[in-house]
Design a protein around this ligand. Structure first.
Ligand SMILES: [Zn+2]
Length: 81
């Protein structure tokens, strides 16, 4: 489920952002990283919303700005292929 629009999606259509047990936030393209995860769909509105604090709220920490760039570029790459 997307944390922003709360719609159900196939796992392949969502991107997982993970906070590892030691507090490091990363974009989990494999879906196999340990830690607390939040899913975001490819809707640009959802990515914007997550960037406005939703993701940080969900994971309970500050999200580095480059994470959102990674999310955008990950979805950008998907559209091209
Ligand atoms: Zn969404």
């Amino acid at each position: 489920m997307c944390v922003s629009c709360r719609q159900m999606f196939d796992r392949r259509e969502l991107l997982r952002v993970v906070k590892s047990p030691d507090g490091v936030v990363s974009v989990d393209v494999t879906g196999k990283k340990n830690g607390r995860g939040a899913y975001i769909c490819s809707n640009p509105k959802c990515i914007d919303k997550s960037a406005k604090g939703l993701l940080g709220k969900h994971l309970g920490c500050e999200i580095p700005p480059q994470i959102y760039e990674e999310i955008r570029s990950a979805y950008g790459d998907k559209k091209q292929s």
